[in-house]
Design a protein around this ligand. Structure first.
Ligand SMILES: *Cc1c(COP(=O)(O)O)cnc(C)c1O
Ligand SMILES: [Zn+2]
Length: 428
């Protein structure tokens, strides 16, 4: 991996050789010392441009899948990619949603990934690494989606998969990894407790851990969403002012920012958007730290012991101790961005609005960015003449119970045309 320069600790800046793979910086308690992958961009650029040329096109915005950006991914040149065709999702114009929100809005529809979530970008990269490293068993802890995603890609790679989920995860999210053949361990406790257990098991059994929170390579896969949006927008002649994500552990928004920043820094895009982070009112730590006085590094060091609580129906962002707190807050600050909170009620409204106006079916956490844009418009954070990209991170098919709450119940009628007439009037 001569394009990977080093792994750098997000807390103390110490750097480590990428080939001596470790999950976190050993200088801190627990798993607080999350590492950041640093690249040699001369090598990245040279390889990326050679790949584009070999593919017979330039930066035309036509993205078949995320492996278009292989030169940016921290995998060995001779590693066989484990892929189900993740990425390459559309950046949709959304005229009716734009009208409802009072600002030009585009939808990056990542619900179309193979297992229904943006996380597939990361799972593809980490299973490529696990396979290349000769690992046989992979694990993660998850609020649901990471588990299903990992299980799908482990099946694709022919690896054994053992996942830890909080017992309260939506039933639909537990069925999917089971179908993919994983052992699903439903932990009677919180997401944080499930995470702690998966980390203990990783050490005890030597499994490969995909947790985005601690595996520095996970977030690298997620950043292809940023590379893609930057390329697709530039090819369409659009320069987005804002790029909006919901925030759980904070890996996704950090990855999205890294991708758009890289495209700008390499000169492939004129500018990079500001990041808007959206959290639920009941799981607000990234927002609170971004707006607060305390150094995020100090908060992250303290979090390892202090813990945190989360209360929201948007289970994918129900994270009380965001493991990528520092990366997420840095993404917001570096980009000149902002953070807002939304209520569960507003999230459900946004889910219905997105479906009704644009035919995009999002789970609650994936609809939260739409609710966030509304709040940011009301507060004047986003101006009326700006252009916004909302990232829809996961499919509504994952959580049909929440969808029922968002959009109501079917109308029950007898098998009789009179009953139809009662609702729509006499037929023509
Ligand atoms: C995981 C997930 C998120 C949050 O991503 P983080 O990297 O944990 O911040 C948002 N939406 C969906 C659908 C997810 O699955
Ligand atoms: Zn460190």
């Amino acid at each position: 991996m001569d394009h990977v320069a080093s792994l750098q600790c997000t807390l103390c800046d110490r750097t480590y050789d990428a080939d001596a793979f470790r999950y976190v910086c050993p200088e801190h308690d627990g798993y607080a010392g999350v590492l950041e992958v640093r690249y040699d961009y001369d090598v990245v650029r040279e390889r990326f441009e050679a790949d584009l040329e070999a593919a017979g096109g330039g930066l035309d915005g036509v993205v078949p899948d995320q492996w278009r950006y292989r030169a940016f991914l921290p995998v060995a040149e001779d590693a066989t990619s484990v892929t189900l065709g993740e990425g390459g999702t559309p950046l949709l114009a959304a005229p009716r949603l734009s009208e409802a929100l009072g600002v030009t809005t585009l939808v990056k529809d990542d619900s179309r990934n193979p297992t229904g979530v943006l996380k597939d970008r990361a799972s593809s990269v980490s299973m490529t690494k696990a396979l290349h490293l000769g690992r046989e068993t992979v694990t993660c802890a998850s609020t649901g989606n990471a588990a299903a995603s990992l299980a799908g890609y482990a099946a694709r790679a022919g690896l054994d998969c053992r996942i830890f989920v909080p017992a309260a995860a939506p039933a639909g999210k537990l069925a999917q990894p089971l179908v993919y053949g994983a052992d699903v361990l439903a932990v009677e406790g919180s997401y944080e407790e499930a995470t702690a257990l998966s980390l203990e098991a990783t050490e005890a059994y030597g499994w490969y851990n995909r947790n985005a929170a601690i595996n520095p390579y996970q977030v690298e896969g997620k950043r292809t969403v940023g590379l893609e949006v930057a390329e697709q927008a530039a090819a369409a002649g659009v320069s987005p002012d804002w790029f909006v994500f919901s925030v759980g552990d904070g890996c996704t928004i950090a990855g999205g920012w890294k991708g758009v920043r890289e495209f700008r820094d390499l000169g492939y895009a004129d500018d990079a958007p500001r990041m808007l982070g959206v959290q639920a009112e009941g799981a607000s730590l990234v927002h609170d730290v971004f707006h607060g006085e305390e150094d995020p590094v100090a908060v992250a060091e303290r979090l390892a012991e202090a813990g945190g609580s989360a209360d929201t129906l948007a289970d994918s962002i129900a994270v009380g101790q965001p493991a990528n707190l520092v990366k997420a807050v840095r993404a917001l600050r570096e980009s000149g961005g902002d953070a807002v909170l939304v209520s569960d009620e507003a999230i459900l409204e946004a889910e219905a609005l997105l479906g009704r106006t644009e035919g995009v079916y999002a789970e609650p956490a994936a609809a939260a960015p739409v609710a966030g844009v509304r709040v940011a418009r009301e507060r004047g954070i986003i101006g009326p003449d700006e252009t916004v990209v909302v990232c829809v991170t996961g499919s509504g098919l994952k959580d049909t119970k929440a969808a029922g709450r968002a959009a109501g119940e079917p109308i029950s009628i007898p098998p009789d045309l009179d009953a139809v007439a009662e609702r729509y009037g006499a037929s023509a």
